[in-house]
Design a protein around this ligand. Structure first.
Ligand code: ZN
Length: 61
């Protein structure tokens, strides 16, 4: 699978680059405002990567 969406992303466990993308939300358990998160789940080993600001990860402008 070649994708330009996640050009450098590799699973730290199995080095795979095939991810299932899920959107999640981190609720304000500690008094912070809620954050939207992006979860990328490795389709090979199910390792879950968390990203709290999608734009800062995937936009390189
Ligand atoms: Zn993996």
């Amino acid at each position: 699978m070649t994708t330009s969406e996640f050009p450098v992303l590799r699973c730290p466990l199995c080095k795979g680059n095939d991810f299932q993308q899920e959107l999640g939300r981190l609720d304000s358990r500690w008094g912070f405002t809620s954050h939207r998160m992006t979860l990328l789940i490795c389709k090979n080993c199910r390792y879950i990567l968390h990203f709290y600001d999608k734009n800062s990860i995937f936009d390189f402008d």
